[in-house]
Design a protein around this ligand. Structure first.
Ligand SMILES: [Zn+2]
Length: 128
């Protein structure tokens, strides 16, 4: 889950700028209102190129989850979970799971994982 290439992409700067404030933002199309993630220079629904950045609730549902058992990065000690999260606003994103193991369908909420020299990453944790 290296994000160095993404951080260097100007399309993603508003995303990382918001992350510095622990604010999860996605793009919303000015023409059709579609929310999307990952960020792109145009709307995936209608191809319009006027997109706003809007804060989302940080709440979602686990669409799919897997457990990683091998060490891929020095800072991530296995085992840990990586999930596809369906945000309440619609977009789906990949994120790590912090706290108790989660299962498909679980309600989750964003928590921020601090990193040395890089913007914080949105992880998710199960909520009651
Ligand atoms: Zn659109």
């Amino acid at each position: 889950m290296s994000d160095r290439m993404q951080i260097d992409d100007p399309v993603l700067w508003p995303y990382w700028e918001a992350a510095q404030r622990h604010e999860l933002k996605v793009q919303r199309c000015q023409a059709c209102g579609h929310h999307q993630h990952y960020p792109r220079p145009f709307c995936l629904e209608c191809d319009h190129d006027a997109l706003d950045w809007v804060a989302v609730s940080g709440r979602g549902t686990v669409h799919s989850v897997t457990t990683v058992h091998i060490q891929l990065l020095p800072e991530l000690k296995p085992p840990y979970q990586v999930a596809l999260i369906d945000l309440a606003e619609g977009p789906r994103l990949v994120a790590g799971i912090t706290g108790p193991a989660c299962a498909i369908g679980d309600a989750v909420s964003v928590v921020w994982r601090e990193r040395d020299g890089l913007p914080p990453l949105p992880d998710f944790t199960t909520v009651a």
